[in-house]
Design a protein around this ligand. Structure first.
Ligand code: NAD
Length: 426
C-alpha cells in the first residue's frame, strides 16, 4: 500500500484516484473547489459519469480516498498525480497557469519538508504541448524545490486517453498506455505502482508521450470531420448516409486499419488524386464545401515541398542526385500521378544535377521532358547521392531513403540507410 497524492478532481484526477484507491492505496485528493470536495467527501460524483457513483460508494467505508483543500506534508508520499486543467490559452497553446501553480506548490513543500534520497514521482497527467515537460515544467519544479530533477523529485508525464461518458472503463482498461520519462528507467517506481491497478505503461521519451496524446485527439477530430463530410456528400448525392457509413466501416483491410497511416511519401498513382479531385468537383457542383477533403489535396502538395526542403538541407544543389524508383509504388511500374516525377521536376527546377532510374521501367516510359535524364547505374555520376523510394538501391552508393526522411529529423546525409519499415504501400 502506497500513499498517493492527487491534485485536481476533474474526470482525470477523480478516475485516477478511484483506480488507485480501489487497488488498495491510500489516496489524498487535493481540490481547490469546495463544492467538488464536498461531493467527493460525501461519496457523490461531482459530475455525471457512468460507474463513478457506485465506485465512490464502495470506496467510502474503506477510508482510502480522502479529500483536502491544501497540500499535506510530502514525507512518505510515493507519487503526486497532477491532474489540473490546461484550457486553451488566449494567445494560443495551453494555459499552464493551474499546472505551474500546482507544481510550484509541490516544489515549495519539497524544499521545506522532503528529505533525500527517495525522489517523489511528480506525475503530470494534464495535456501539454511537446517539449513542455523539459522546457517549462521541470525548470519550474526545480526552481521551487531548490534541487534538480532526479534529486528530491522525478517528473514524469502520464497522458490520459479516457473519454468522458466511459471514463472509468477507459482508464481501467486502456487500449495502450505510455509514460514519458526524462531518462531510461526513471519511471520504474511509477510503473511498479501502476501495475497494482492492472496497467503497466510503456516507457517512452517525454516528448513522445506529450505528442501521442495530441496525435490521438487530432486523429479523433479528423475522424469526426471526415465522417460528417461523407454524410454531407451522401445527402447531397441522394445516397443513404447511414448505409454508406455501414459499408465504409465494413472494410477492415484498408478503411479501418493501419494501412496508409504511417508517415512516408505523398500519395499518388492512378486513383487517389484523380478520384478525390473528381469528388470535390462534383461536391462543389452540388453547392457543397468539404474543407477537410479539399485540405487533403493541399496537404499532399505541401508534403512534397517539405520533402524537397528536407533534401536540400542534406544534399544541397547542384547535387548531383540520382532519383531511384520513380513509380508511385514499388513493384507497379506505374508512373501515373507519381509524386516522384513531381519531385524530379522540382529538383530539376531547383538547380540539381539530376539522373533518373527505375529498375522496373524502360526509359521510354518516362514523360518526354524527363526522359533525357534516364541513366542506368553504370552511367551514374560518381559523386552522386542516390535518393531512393525502393529497397534495392545499389548498395555501394551513398543513399538517402525518401520515406525515411520523415521518420528521423536528424537523418544525416549522404548516409547509407536502409528502409526499416514496409515499402510505401499506397
Ligand atoms: N476530460 C477529459 O476527458 C480528459 C481526457 C484526457 C485528458 N484530459 C486532460 O487532463 C487534464 C485535466 O482534465 P479534467 O477534465 O480532469 O480537468 P477539469 O478542468 O475538469 O478539472 C480540473 C480540476 O483541478 C482543480 N484544480 C486546479 N488547480 C488546482 C490546484 N492547484 N490544486 C488543486 N486543485 C486544482 C480544479 O478546481 C478542477 O476541479 C486537462 O489537461 C485535460 O486536457 C482530459
Amino acid at each position: 500500500m502506497a500513499r498517493i497524492l492527487i491534485l485536481g478532481l476533474g474526470r482525470v484526477g477523480l478516475v485516477t484516484a478511484v483506480l488507485l484507491a480501489r487497488a488498495g492505496h491510500q489516496v489524498l485528493a487535493v481540490e481547490r473547489d469546495p463544492a467538488v470536495r464536498a461531493a467527493v467527501a460525501a461519496g457523490r460524483p461531482p459530475f455525471p459519469e457512468p460507474g463513478l457513483a457506485e465506485a465512490l460508494t464502495a470506496l467510502r467505508p474503506t477510508g482510502r480516498l480522502a479529500v483536502a483543500a491544501q497540500l499535506p506534508p510530502l514525507e512518505g508520499i510515493e507519487a503526486a498525480f497532477v491532474c489540473v486543467g490546461t484550457p486553451q490559452a488566449a494567445a494560443g497553446g495551453f494555459d499552464l497557469g493551474d499546472l505551474l501553480g500546482a507544481l510550484e506548490e509541490i516544489g515549495r513543500r519539497l524544499r521545506h519538508q522532503r528529505g533525500w534520497p527517495r525522489p517523489l514521482a511528480v506525475v503530470v497527467r494534464s495535456t501539454i504541448l511537446p517539449g513542455t515537460s523539459e522546457t517549462v515544467l521541470i525548470p519550474t519544479l526545480a526552481a521551487a524545490a531548490g534541487t534538480p530533477c532526479g534529486c528530491t523529485f522525478e517528473l514524469l508525464h502520464l497522458p490520459e486517453f479516457l473519454r468522458e461518458g466511459s471514463a472509468l472503463e477507459d482508464a481501467r482498461d486502456p487500449a495502450r498506455a505510455v509514460v514519458g520519462e526524462r531518462r531510461p528507467g526513471a519511471s520504474a517506481p511509477l510503473r511498479a505502482l501502476l501495475a497494482t491497478t492492472g496497467t503497466v505503461p510503456q516507457p517512452v521519451p517525454l516528448r513522445l508521450a506529450e505528442t501521442l496524446k495530441l496525435a490521438d485527439n487530432a486523429w479523433h477530430a479528423a475522424k469526426v470531420a471526415f465522417a460528417n463530410e461523407l454524410g454531407r456528400l451522401a445527402q447531397a448525392f441522394g445516397v443513404d448516409a447511414e448505409a454508406l457509413a455501414r459499408l465504409f466501416l465494413a472494410d477492415h483491410r484498408l478503411n479501418l486499419s493501419a494501412a496508409y497511416l504511417r508517415p512516408g511519401g505523398p500519395f499518388g498513382g492512378p486513383c487517389l488524386g484523380k478520384d478525390l479531385a473528381a469528388l470535390l468537383h462534383h461536391a462543389r457542383a452540388h453547392g457543397l464545401e468539404l474543407p477537410l477533403l479539399a485540405g487533403v489535396e493541399v496537404s499532399n502538395r505541401h508534403h512534397l515541398a517539405w520533402l524537397e526542403g528536407q533534401l536540400r538541407v542534406r544534399v544541397p544543389p547542384p547535387g548531383p542526385v540520382v532519383l531511384h524508383g520513380l513509380a508511385f509504388k514499388p513493384g507497379t511500374g506505374d508512373l501515373r500521378d507519381s509524386p516522384w516525377l513531381a519531385l524530379a521536376r522540382r529538383l530539376q527546377a531547383g538547380g540539381y544535377g539530376l539522373v533518373l532510374f527505375d529498375p522496373e521501367l524502360a526509359p521510354a516510359a518516362l514523360p518526354p521532358d524527363l526522359a533525357p535524364l534516364w541513366r542506368p547505374p553504370a552511367a551514374w555520376p560518381t559523386a552522386a547521392t542516390v535518393l531512393t523510394t525502393r529497397e534495392d538501391a545499389p548498395p555501394d552508393w551513398p543513399t538517402l531513403d525518401l520515406h525515411r526522411l520523415l521518420r528521423a529529423r536528424d537523418e544525416p546525409a549522404p548516409a547509407p540507410c536502409r528502409r526499416s519499415a514496409r515499402p510505401g504501400d499506397r
